[in-house]
Design a protein around this ligand. Structure first.
Ligand code: CP
Ligand code: NVA
Length: 295
């Protein structure tokens, strides 16, 4: 049995298997008669809906649960909740603040646990990101993705998936908001071609895709004002996009804050692929769930 808590839980070959299942147009009903528990400590539009409909597409029944309904680590421990949900469901999905809660659940769960976003990682998003990049450019080995902004959960999983897929990553963050030494070590282990800079234009120069995410993630609301000041000059606008390759696309996991990390003219403009990217969340979820339940 396998879990999917971060992209580097997969080898490059296994990533290829997940993507093949995600791309398959006629999913097999591998979840027929089975349930999938989806536990959310944070809000979600894309992840909840894409996971629920992916479960339906595989013939199963999704059950979404708020943490107060089960009393995560209050009424009982996350471990006992995982053991309990595993009595009834074929997979447990969880969106949590503290990534170690996922580790604790996976350590005892009788069924696969999948990370639906933690403070550290967003692997299902990264799978959809890679699908979107390969839908656009094919399986080329000379692609370069520029990520402009906070080196957060989305950036970390994106860099890992690009590393496994042979895509280069350039990341531009303000000082103090880049990858930590342990992130760098993790990225080195997957062999990602990585450039780190604090100059957005340097990161974007000639890039095939330009990606950004919010400056204050869920749970960082109290830091929003300070972060807005720290990220001045990091908005992805048309002037910054002009440094990218002529056929470059713009990506964002969403939700987007127009006028902050991205200009409305970019996220709503002709280079934006954010809606195909959002749609790819369902293929990615289907591929990941199918792979996990057929190990
Ligand atoms: N991109 C993403 O995970 O969106 P939600 O937070 O709406 O699920
Ligand atoms: N980095 C963002 C991603 C939301 C999908 C957050 O964690 O809030």
């Amino acid at each position: 049995m396998r879990h999917l808590l971060e992209i580097d839980d997969l080898t490059a070959v296994e990533l290829g298997e997940v993507l093949d299942l995600a791309r398959g147009e006629h999913p097999r009903p591998v979840l027929a008669g089975k349930g999938v528990a989806l536990l959310f400590e944070k809000p979600s539009a894309r992840t909840r809906n894409s996971m629920e409909m992916a479960v339906v597409g595989l013939g199963g029944h999704p059950l979404t649960i708020r943490p107060d309904e089960v009393g995560m680590d209050e009424r009982e421990t996350a471990e006992d909740i995982a053991r309990t949900l595993g009595c009834y469901h074929a997979v447990i999905g969880a969106r949590v603040f503290d990534h170690t809660v996922l580790d604790r659940m996976a350590a005892v769960s009788p069924v696969p646990v999948v990370n639906m976003l933690s403070d550290d990682a967003h692997p299902l998003q990264a799978l959809a990101d890679l699908l979107t990049i390969t839908d656009e450019f094919g399986d080329r080995d000379d692609l370069e993705v520029a990520y402009v902004g906070d080196a957060n959960n989305v950036a970390r999983s994106l860099a890992l998936v690009c590393g496994l897929a042979g895509i280069g990553v350039r990341i531009a963050s303000p000082d103090g908001f880049g990858f930590s030494p342990s992130d760098m070590a993790q990225l080195e282990r997957v062999g990602v071609r990585l450039t780190v800079t604090s100059d957005p234009a340097e990161a974007v120069a000639g890039a095939d895709a330009v990606y950004t995410d919010v400056w204050a993630s869920m749970g960082q609301e109290a830091e929003a004002e300070a972060r807005t000041a720290a990220f001045a000059g990091f908005t992805v606008d048309e002037a910054l996009m002009a440094h990218a390759a002529d056929d470059a696309v713009f990506l964002h996991c969403l939700p987007a804050h127009r006028g902050q990390e991205v200009a409305a003219s970019v996220v709503d403009g002709p280079r934006s692929r954010v809606w195909p990217q959002a749609a790819n969340r369902m293929r990615a979820a289907r591929g990941a769930l199918h792979w996990l339940v057929t190990r």
